[in-house]
Every structure is written in C-alpha cells, then in structure tokens.
Design a protein. Structure first.
Length: 261
C-alpha cells in the first residue's frame, strides 16, 4: 500500500448524491480495494495503478474545514462519498475524527458511510450527536464472495456486528445494501438473509442500490469473474425483482426500505 501525504485546496465540495448537499472526503483512494467500486471511474484517481493500492492523505483538510464550514453551515454533509473515511489510514492520521469534532461543534447535519468498525473509536463524539447518522455498507452477505470482491474490507459478519454496536450506543444508523450485483447476490436467498441479519442488528432503515457498471469497475469484475452475467444495463425486470424482494422482507421485519436513486 502506497500512502502519500498531500494538501488539498478545499475541504468541502458540492454533492450530487440524493439527500446530500456537500461532500467531505479526507482521503483519495481506498485501501478496501472493492472491485465493484465506481470511485476511480468518477475521480480518475491514479488511473495507472490498481485500485486499492494507493491512498492520498489530505493532511490539511480538517484545518480547511474549520474555515469553510462557517460559510456553508446549512445542508447535509456526506462524509465518505468516494472513499471510506475509516479505512486503515484513519487509524494513523485521524483526519475523520478531527472533522467530526468540528462538525459537532458547529451543529452540522452529517451522514457518514463506512465499512469499518474503526468508527467505534469515535463513539465519544457520535453519542448524543443528534444530527449525525452512520450508514454501514453491506451488499454481499456471502463471506467467501465478499473476501474476493472486497479484499481489504472487514467481513460482512463484522459489519453487521458494527451496526448492532452502533445501535446499542444510540447512534442513528442505516444499512446501505449496495451494490446489488447480478450473479453475485442471490436475488432471493441472499436478500432475505441480508434483511434478516439487519433485523438482528436492530437496523431500522435499509437503503439499496444496484451495481453501477462503470468501465473500470466492470473491467475489474470481469477479470476476476469472467463468467459473471453483468451487462452494461441491468434489466428493469431484475431491478423490480430486487426491490420487490427487499420490500417484502423489510415489511416482514418492520424495516423501512429507501431507494438510493
């Protein structure tokens, strides 16, 4: 893993994601190296390197955030829209933690998305922070498949445990069921298990999204699993089936289902 310390010009950027007005990403690149990730396609970060092998650390971002937040205090701030803010580099550099302190001090609305139990380190900040929510990303429940497609990420089992621990601490959470990948996720059994595990972890809301077939992400998946039946466009019938199964299971367990897009 190559870690490169850099300085950024701005801490906050506009977000086009539903429900988020602003984006804050303390790192560029992500050590989790998920093969399906669209972030490299979107950011064009280090196109000459394999995704997951290089991370830039924006060491001055917390300082810039303090300056910029006063001018953009309104709206919802997404922390980790194109990176995991709690990837391994965070344990060493603590940029996300520094940002959380500033956000809480300013009373800002924040939404964090992560796969990492490292976020539990910051429960002292998150507890009682009513304007904060944490999404934990779990789109694959098969442990073996997850180890192949999410080589640097904690296991799905550990992420369900993370949700349980966050909920027990009184932190507002949701499960990000994404991406749902045809041929990887069983559209019946796996989705039923996902919702059942979410219920066991005391999850109240699930947001779901299908796989975004960006060129680099498609290339990685096809190299790893050449027989994977993924087309550039997912049939509407398949998406309908995914949503119908999730909705049925969520209704069964009393969980709210949200569409990402």
């Amino acid at each position: 893993m190559e870690l490169k310390v850099v300085e950024c010009k701005t801490a906050i950027s506009p977000s086009r994601l539903p429900g988020l007005d602003w984006a804050v990403n303390p790192y560029r690149g992500c050590a989790h190296g998920c093969l399906y990730c669209y972030a490299q396609d979107v950011t064009r970060f280090r196109m000459d390197t394999r995704w997951g092998t290089c991370v830039e650390v924006k060491v001055n971002l917390p300082r810039l955030l303090k300056k910029e937040l006063g001018r953009k205090a309104l709206g919802v701030y997404g922390i980790g829209t194109v990176t995991d803010p709690y990837q391994p580099a965070e344990e060493r550099f603590g940029l996300t933690r520094a940002c959380l302190g500033t956000f809480k001090e300013m009373g800002a609305n924040i939404s964090i998305l992560t796969k990492s139990p490292l976020i539990l380190r910051d429960l002292d900040i998150l507890k009682g922070y009513e304007k904060a929510e944490v999404g934990v990303s779990i789109g694959i429940v098969n442990e073996h498949m997850a180890a192949v497609l999410e080589p640097g990420a904690p296991s799905p089992r550990r992420r369900f445990e993370l949700l349980r621990e966050l909920n027990a601490a009184g932190v507002r959470t949701y499960l990000m069921a994404a991406p749902i990948i045809p041929g990887v996720c069983d559209l019946d059994a796996d989705l039923e298990r996902l919702v059942s595990f979410a219920h066991d972890a005391s999850v109240g809301s699930i947001m779901w999204d299908s796989f975004n077939p960006r060129p680099l992400a498609m290339k990685r998946l096809k190299e790893c699993m050449p027989q994977l039946p993924i087309s550039q466009e997912t049939p509407a019938s398949r998406l309908f089936r995914v949503r119908s199964t999730l909705l049925k299971e969520c209704d069964r367990w009393g969980i709210r289902l949200l569409d990402a897009f």
